[in-house]
Structures are given as C-alpha cells and as structure tokens.
Design a protein around this ligand. Structure first.
Ligand code: NAG
Ligand code: NAG
Length: 302
C-alpha cells in the first residue's frame, strides 16, 4: 500500500516533468525514463520494500554543477609551500589573469578565516601584512614582515567569483639557530690561542651579520689586535691569540635572525687539564672526609 502511494506520487511528479519539457526529443527521453522507473519499481517492490533512489527519477536530467561566472584564471601553482626564517619577510604570490572589473582578489588566513586583504586594501590590524599588486605581472603578493612561528599555516588567495575560487599556499616559519662547537665550557692555556667556531643551522637566508660578544661587549671590531673574526657562509669564526686572564668569561655568537649561542671560556694558568682533574679529585676527597666527619659526630651524639 505504502509503495503504491510512492509509485503514484512519482508518476504525478514525472507527469509534470513531461508537461514541462518542450521539445519532442526530451519528451521521448522522459517517457523512456518513466518506463524505466516503473520497471525498477515493479522489480524492487516485489521484495516488499522500496527506497526511492533520486537518480532513478532524475537520471540524465540531473542538475549540472554551477558554472563559475568568471574568465579569470590563476597562474600561481596551487597547494605550494613557502618556507621562511623567523624575522624575515615571507612573500606569498598570487598571479591571476583576466580579473574582471567587478571581481576582487583577497587573501584569507584559513586557520581563523581572517580576511587579511581585499584588492589593494589591508583589512588586518596586523601591520606586518601588506599586499602589493603588479599590473605588469598581474600578481597580488601578500607580504608577511618579521614572520613569526605563529604565522605558519594555510593562506588562500581568493577570487570573488560565484562560487569563489582560490589557490592555497602553506607558510612554514623556521627558526635558525647558532651553535658553537666544542661544548659550553672551553679551557685554554694562558698565552696560547683559541678558536671559536659558530655554525648557523636551519637558515634559509645567510645572516647579514654575526656579532660576537665577550660578556656585554661587542668585539667584532675590537681595537685589540689579538682578536679576529672571519665570516663564511653560515659560519663565523672568532680567534683570540695569546690569551690572557682577562679573556675569560662568556662569549656569545649572535647572528642576525638566529637564536644565539654561548660558550664559557676558562683560562688556565700553569695547570694542564690533567692537573685540573687532580684538583677536582682532591675536592671529592675533601667532601668525602666532611661526610665521614659529620657521620662520626652523629655517632658521638648517640
Ligand atoms: C586548489 O586546491 C584546493 C584544494 O586543495 C581546491 O579546493 C581549489 O579549488 C584549487 N584551486 C584551483 C584554482 O584549482
Ligand atoms: C655566562 O652565561 C651563562 C648562561 O647564559 C650564565 O648562567 C652565566 O652567569 C654567565 N657568566 C658570566 C660570568 O657572565
């Protein structure tokens, strides 16, 4: 009974479709479709249950996906990755041709659906964001100045067509770090020379400068002729010849846009490293005897 009702309803629905269709050809197709539907129903209802399948009814007359009403097209590759170092400027490109007068190109941060720019205007309160448009290259580049780790994520350059379409860029922000070889403590004989090598890791752009500090003093351009700094790509070397007691203390390697590295320099007088080890061994003995003494005292007290 139930399926009969459904069948009847379908028949009415299809009948109205038939009425709507104008050309004879279409009419023929509909009739064929109608016959198919009836046959399917008969077949399926035999089992006692029938679930209407929309494709049975609509068939080849299914609604076509909406046509995007735009002539614009993107030249920037979709789903690209841009990697920058902390503190540098990230440039996310968006080249799109044949943008109509009424269309706009926007940049959106996917994480929070933050609308950053619309056309040439920046909507974000964050002043580090800026869009530049080049008429020559039809490029709407989003600049993120002083990029920070929290800027990492997915950005979309969107064209205001119906429905909208865009290209996606993933921004990675990495932090470069400095490292001084030879451990955090260095021991040097007085009068000898020492060489501290600072290597910068994970950099995308070599640092524009590397400053060396002795305690609070920048020593790159020190008048002291015993100190020299040699910079190579991603590496800086500090050399101190004929070290004196005054050279002891903390040394910092501070590259532009990278986490700094420290080393503590100890100047040894007369003693060899072996002598130093003996000294520390004596200290252990001394501590042990203190412990023994206090244990003895504790026993006496009992
Ligand atoms: C870019 O890729 C996304 C999926 O990652 C897609 O939704 C979008 O339509 C693509 N854009 C273009 C212009 O093809
Ligand atoms: C050297 O640097 C370390 C770590 O930054 C710090 O703990 C120490 O106090 C510094 N020593 C001197 C003499 O500045």
């Amino acid at each position: 009974m139930k399926s009969l009702c459904v069948l009847l309803l379908d028949a009415i629905l299809l009948a109205s479709f038939v009425e709507d269709s104008e050309t004879a050809g279409r009419h023929a197709t509909w009739s064929k479709q109608f016959k198919n539907v009836l046959e399917t129903h008969r077949f399926k209802t035999e089992g006692g249950s029938w679930t209407p399948d929309p494709s049975d009814l609509l068939g080849e007359y299914e609604v076509e996906p909406p046509v995007r009403d735009t002539n614009a097209y993107f030249m920037t590759n979709n789903n690209t990755v841009v990697t920058v170092q902390v503190g540098t400027t990230a440039a996310l490109r968006c080249q799109v041709f044949d943008v109509a007068e009424h269309e706009t190109v926007s940049w959106i941060r996917r994480r929070d659906h933050h609308l950053i720019t619309v056309g040439a205007n920046t909507y974000s309160n964050d002043e580090r964001f800026q869009v530049t448009y080049s008429e020559k290259t039809q490029d709407w580049t989003l600049h993120v100045r002083y990029a920070q780790p929290h800027d990492a994520g997915v950005y979309e350059c969107q064209l205001s067509a119906h429905p909208p379409i865009g290209v996606i860029t993933t921004l990675n922000v990495i932090e470069a770090v400095a490292e001084i070889g030879g451990g955090p403590e260095r021991y040097v004989q007085i009068g000898s020379s020492v060489q501290l090598t600072c290597t910068i890791k994970h950099f995308t752009e070599p640092p524009t400068y590397v400053f060396w500090y002795h305690a609070e003093h920048m020593i790159n351009y020190d008048s002291n002729k015993r100190i020299t700094v040699v910079n190579r790509l991603g590496e800086s070397e500090l050399r101190i010849s004929q070290v004196t007691k005054a050279d002891s203390g903390n040394y910092t390697c501070q590259p532009a846009n990278a986490r700094p590295a420290f080393v503590s320099l100890h100047i040894i007088t007369g003693e060899t490293p072996a002598a130093m080890q003996r000294a520390s061994a004596t200290e252990v003995q001394y501590r042990l005897s203190i412990t023994l003494l206090s244990s003895l005292l504790a026993l006496v007290a009992l």
